[in-house]
Design a protein around this ligand. Sequence first.
Ligand SMILES: Cc1ncc(COP(=O)(O)O)c(C=O)c1O
Length: 435
Amino acid sequence: MRNKNIIHPSADELIYEIRKIVEIGNKIEKTGLKIVWENIGDPIAKGEIVPRWMKEIVADAVLNNNTSFGYSPTRGLLAAREYIARERNLENGVQITSDDILFFNGLGDAISTIYSFLNKSARIIGPSPAYSTHSSAEAVHAGSQQLTYLLDPKNNWQPDINDLRQKLIKHPEITGILIVDPGNPTGAVYPLEVTRQIVALAEEFDLFIIADEIYANLCYGGASHKSLALMIGGVPAISMRGISKEFPWPGSRCGWIEFYNREKDPLFARYAKTIVDAKMLEVCATTLPQMVLPKIMSDARYRPHLAERNAAYWKKSQLAYSIFSEITGLTVNKTFGAFYMAAIFNQGALREGQSLKPANSLAGEIIKPLVDSPNLDKRFVYYLLASKGVCVVPLSSGFNSDLFGFRITLLEPDLDLFEKTMITIAEAVKEYLAS
Ligand SMILES: Cc1ncc(COP(=O)(O)O)c(C=O)c1O
């Protein structure tokens, strides 16, 4: 290569363990071991069926509205943005207009854009453990690992506010705080007071907030999500929302951001304009999902549809908790939002040399280079895959965490299969810890 410098300085930060593990799982499946995929948060892949009425609304737009095949305005279709702004304003928090909303090709696209167009020296502190698309994108933008504050497994995965405060004092380069609520991978939902405290810190240290609220309407067990819009006051912020999990329609690649209090800070306003300008270079986001969004969300069947799904997640959340909370050496919390549960190995429970017998010798060969990892949870995860055929994600490498553990999903629609899978994992944990 004439120019030796074609590698991006942050190339090594681009790791997405949630999908990477699939390559290994696929190889193991070819050895004859059937794999149960518990790694990815795609309700459709796990067999959830989109209701027919929703499909009919999409079909109608495709068949009867030729403009659904066209480009849309850069910010997004006006009707969709007006609908979202109206709904947000009804919550009686910060008031926004359609101009404060910007559509993207899924939140993955939005996440990549908001960090890419932030000055390299400005850091966004994020939770740990965290959804890795945020932590990786932030690390790529800054050229070093994301600074993190702790979510405390001993306190239902709530943010450790004192840890956050100490990091803000220590790192003047921090310009913004990321909140993911409801949480991935924790399944935690923050009480009003917690978000209020984070907003107060942002105010005190003159920071802006980014809140990923993609799971806002997926709460259960008596919990309800408290929108950032309600508590943000005058602090500049970006809220991130989407339909991937909610409709669910992850293949639509449709998400949006909402700017709050742009006008309160000229620097934040300029940053927001940069993000809109960047989207303009890309032209626009996918038109069809924006076109059907107001019709689907305002349909009388929408809330009951969500309620039914949430009831099913709550059932599985309780079941998984009852199975995992019995295991000595493991810490789990009840989850109240999103559709995940993160289990932590207690200090000292994992040791080098622990193993599970692979289901066959070929599977054993496939995982051999991977179980040599210093991340002890990663070793467990690959042994689990090769031995029992269950694919989960390690917390350390999958979710930017110093804790060792793994994440499961609550997505399996077949309750018997779900219970069987959870029992298989639980038995494997016991066997592994005793080995
Ligand atoms: C917290 C969080 N934000 C964003 C996304 C990405 O969503 P999208 O499908 O809109 O790209 C996910 C996907 O798992 C997620 O868990």
